[in-house]
Ligand binder design. Structure first.
Ligand SMILES: [Fe+2]
Length: 164
């Protein structure tokens, strides 16, 4: 079956999916670099390309293209939870927490390679970046569809109690 048909059929049957449902759907659908290729968008207003492959009231699927050495803004996903699989290349997923002023403070980092998944539980603040010389393509599912996402500034690394 064609990739897009498989994706649409799998997603259309989901009702209020949780993280496990999303991950099972991602692995059941699968996506090879060749299947992703016709849908890979070049960056336009954002530093990366994004293509909405499917969207209904329950779930949204987005193909993300991070060109070499680019990254997303630090962001959350509003009230949505999400997961993603790296289809081509690899990415660094950096997780942040917020300080008292709502700025983002580094919490942890993981490298996600081709074929591996990353989870974005509701409330997660993160940034994905492609550290490599080739492109990175990843397939993301969000439930419910993305709305009200926020971006964050990175807090100064050193907060001083005294300036003199
Ligand atoms: Fe994200």
């Amino acid at each position: 079956m064609l990739f897009m048909t498989r994706l649409e059929e799998a997603l259309a049957s989901l009702r209020r999916p949780d993280m496990r449902d999303l991950k099972e759907t991602l692995s059941a659908v699968g996506c090879t670099p060749r299947q992703a290729e016709p849908h890979v968008a070049q960056p336009d207003r954002l530093p990366y390309g994004r293509t909405v492959l499917f969207r209904n009231t329950e779930v949204e699927a987005i193909l993300v293209h991070l060109p070499a050495r680019t990254g997303t803004f630090i962001h959350d996903h509003g009230d949505s939870l999400g997961c993603a699989i790296v289809v081509e290349g690899e990415l660094i997923n950096t997780v942040f927490r917020t300080d008292g002023r709502g700025d983002a403070i580094y919490a942890s980092e993981e490298r996600v390679r081709s074929g591996q998944c990353l989870s974005a539980p509701a409330g997660l603040i993160h940034r994905m970046r492609n550290p490599g010389a080739g492109r990175t393509v990843s397939l993301h599912l969000y439930a419910p569809p993305l709305t009200g996402t926020k971006t964050y500034a990175e807090a100064d690394e050193y907060v001083l109690d005294y300036v003199i």
